[in-house]
Design a binder for this molecule. Structure first.
Ligand SMILES: *[C@@H]1O[C@H](CO)[C@@H](O)[C@H](O)[C@H]1NC(C)=O
Ligand SMILES: *[C@@H]1O[C@H](CO)[C@@H](O)[C@H](O)[C@H]1NC(C)=O
Ligand SMILES: *[C@@H]1O[C@H](CO)[C@@H](O)[C@H](O)[C@H]1NC(C)=O
Ligand SMILES: *[C@@H]1O[C@H](CO)[C@@H](O)[C@H](O)[C@H]1NC(C)=O
Ligand SMILES: *[C@@H]1O[C@H](CO)[C@@H](O)[C@H](O)[C@H]1NC(C)=O
Length: 492
């Protein structure tokens, strides 16, 4: 991410320009950046989508343009299955260009491929520039998004003469949650779901608030115990300087554009630094990626090498955060408030208008009350309790979160009563232990990917892939082929 891009992004947001929006974590290059060599020939289309599926009065039959990408390149026309990606919190191109497994599998199983954008993200804004105003933002719910996908699937099946084609849904992270929910909520339309790295339990309030940052810490400890010790030591130095209000020292140590001048600024600095480790852990892929910004191969290893590169812990910490925030080498200083925005998701909301949408979702249905405490993790103690969430959300969006709603709505601890869902998780991924880790029935299957980070299995094959992801993809392909065969019998 370069400095010009950030300025342009900020100007864009301020001017309300909705072009080339950044995804949740980062300014993404989207499809405007480098093109993957065997990039599938997606066509970008828009679907006239119902604005409010659940209230016939409020919006009448009003519609908005929902973006989706489609390719028939691999399809056994009118006969092969439909692989449908349930878009999550970002520009749909980012997911389409970073989910090569789906097109590889489509080629094998002769499937039609569709990537549908989630309402309120990317270019699918129901009220254009006004989408993030109150009350317009109120139609941003998981339920509306699922209904969008259901309607899109039914309509496209009709238009394409594909009524006998089984539909399999795919998604990663929040998109994985949506794919599982689609199978639970619309089994009439969806024969099975691959929910990759989907934290369905923690986001429904059924997790441990300490889990996320503990697992980020484990990744660094797993590289070397000295690494996590160095991170703790560096944060201790930050804390000492902050206590002595040595703001000049903090500014020079971290090359901050503006001198911190209050406890609020120090909190922002800690959040900014902690967020770098979150991204390094989530994106710990064995090759370099350009999904959420530019990441080197094995970023946790690279970060630990930086943390252990000399006696000056603060310089090391600054260099480590530079892997995330200065990947282009073009930042002359770090602007804390433009590179990291504190929000209702302590793992980061990203920048730009997609981050507004995610903040709203984290303030309503999706529970992300994760804390760091410097005991079970290596970070400074930073809480985010349900009470803090409530205070923030009522002030920011005028809403009162409803803890427990996702648990009630999407089956909580009774997921064994579902069917045809794969929950895959990478052991390196800090989201993994917020998801389903053991198989719940012969058709609700958990897959562990030992050396995998955040939904590595959805990415296209790579020479650097560990054996665990190759084997996971085989299991997934087999189960999906079985579901397609079963559904074909039902549809005949
Ligand atoms: C909505 O319904 C009204 C009357 O029922 C009709 O005239 C109008 O064309 C409809 N609009 C859309 C977008 O379908
Ligand atoms: C973290 O805990 C250690 C051990 O209790 C303590 O010495 C240190 O001051 C704490 N660090 C921070 C940043 O609070
Ligand atoms: C930080 O990175 C720069 C540039 O890569 C390097 O020259 C410097 O030695 C590093 N500093 C530390 C303390 O590792
Ligand atoms: C960004 O990286 C470049 C090249 O390594 C370095 O010269 C510069 O100091 C870094 N910026 C910050 C804020 O650390
Ligand atoms: C996956 O790993 C978790 C946590 O390490 C373990 O509890 C679980 O039994 C494993 N599940 C499978 C399906 O191997």
């Amino acid at each position: 991410m370069n400095f010009v891009a950030i300025i342009l992004t900020l100007l864009g947001v301020m001017a309300g320009v909705q072009e080339s929006l950044p995804s949740r974590y980062f300014k993404s290059k989207g499809h405007h950046g480098r093109k993957a060599e065997n990039e599938p020939p997606f066509t970008e289309k828009y679907f006239s989508q119902i604005v409010d599926h659940f209230n016939f009065n409020s919006m009448g039959n009003g519609t908005f343009n929902q973006r989706y990408l489609i390719t028939e390149k691999y399809w056994d026309r009118k006969n092969g299955p439909i692989f449908f990606y349930t878009g999550n919190e970002g520009d749909i191109w980012d997911f389409a260009l970073n989910s090569g497994f789906i097109t590889e599998l489509a080629e094998q199983q002769r499937a039609l491929v569709i990537f549908a954008e989630h309402r309120y993200y990317g270019k699918s804004l129901p009220f254009g520039q006004e989408s993030f105003n109150i009350p317009q933002v109120g139609l941003l719910t998981v339920e509306q998004a699922l209904a969008d996908f259901a309607l899109l699937i039914s309509q496209l099946k009709q238009e394409l003469g594909a009524s006998n084609c089984p539909v399999i849904v795919f998604g990663g992270s929040y998109g994985g949650m949506l794919s599982a929910y689609m199978r639970q909520r619309y089994p009439n339309l969806v024969a099975g779901a691959l929910a990759a790295s989907a934290p369905v339990l923690s986001t429904a309030g059924m997790g441990d608030p300490r889990q996320f940052f503990r697992d980020v810490t484990s990744d660094f400890e797993g590289y070397a115990p000295e690494c996590s010790a160095a991170v703790r030591g560096a944060f201790q130095r930050v804390q000492d300087l902050a206590e002595h209000q040595a703001y000049d020292r903090l500014q020079s140590a971290f090359a901050l554009c503006k001198k911190p001048s209050s406890p609020g600024d120090v909190r922002q600095l800690k959040g900014f630094l902690r967020n770098a480790f979150t991204l390094l852990a989530m994106l710990d892929y064995p090759y370099s990626t350009h999904f959420w910004g530019d990441m080197p191969a094995h970023p946790v290893k690279v970060a630990c090498e930086a943390m252990l590169s000399g006696p000056d812990l603060l310089a090391n910490l600054r260099n480590t955060s530079g892997i995330v925030y200065n990947s282009t080498g073009e930042q002359t200083c770090f602007d804390l408030y433009s590179l990291y925005v504190e929000c209702a998701d302590p793992t980061g909301c990203g920048l730009g208008s997609n981050s507004l949408a995610w903040d709203y979702q984290a303030c309503t249905e999706i529970e992300l009350c994760y804390e760091s405490n410097n005991v079970t993790d290596m970070f400074p103690a930073m809480t985010f309790t349900p009470a803090e969430r409530l205070a923030y959300c009522s002030k920011r969006w005028g809403v009162t979160p409803r803890p427990g709603w996702l648990q009630t709505q999407y089956w909580g601890d009774a997921l064994s009563t579902a069917s045809n869902i794969i929950y895959s998780n990478g052991d390196l991924d800090p989201w993994a232990n917020g998801g389903v880790r053991t198989s719940l029935s012969p058709s609700v299957v958990a897959i562990n990917i030992t050396d995998g980070a955040h939904h590595l299995d959805l990415r296209g094959s790579n020479d650097a892939d560990p054996a665990s992801v190759i084997s996971a993809r085989k299991t997934e392909a087999n189960l999906i082929a079985q579901w397609v065969a079963m559904e074909r019998l039902r549809l005949k």
